[in-house]
Design a protein around this ligand. Sequence first.
Ligand code: FES
Length: 184
Amino acid sequence: MTSLSVTAAPCSCACSCEPSEAELFARLDEVINDYHEKPGGLIPALQTAQSIFGYLPETVIRRIADGFGKTVSEVAGVVTFYSFFTLHPRGKNLVRVCLGTACYVRGGKEVLDAFRKKLEIDVGETTPDRQFSLEVGRCFGACGMAPVVMVNETVYQRVKPARVGEMVNQIMAGAAVAGEKEHA
Ligand code: FES
């Protein structure tokens, strides 16, 4: 695992506040304190830590490992097992393209390729401006509307590759994306 400097999760409120690294780690210590003696407390501690930092850098994993009396490799093993944990900073907008069976056979792979081309990143990567991260999903429970894409908490149904460029431009502009969608 490479060493990473900590970057705070992007703040979504209107203020200009940006917590310091010391503040973030103080919050992390509270989380560890809350969970380290609870059975099964590691997963919620990691989830909360990810919401604080936006991802789980090595320094955070080490701190949690120390707090839970586990080895770094034990905690890292949990982090890499579950797809909702990430070791890298995510962008402001998380794009998840479903590659479950229904979506795959109805063109999910082509939709994914269109996002890769438009954003110029691969699966698991974030654009240099930290606007977008690209991931794949394994079924969002909307198979009848395949192919499906989730952007943050919004589900886009029957997405066509030809529309991907327009979708990205509209999300960048903060505008509502035309077409079929519903909030998760
Ligand atoms: S397979 Fe994509 S939503 Fe179910």
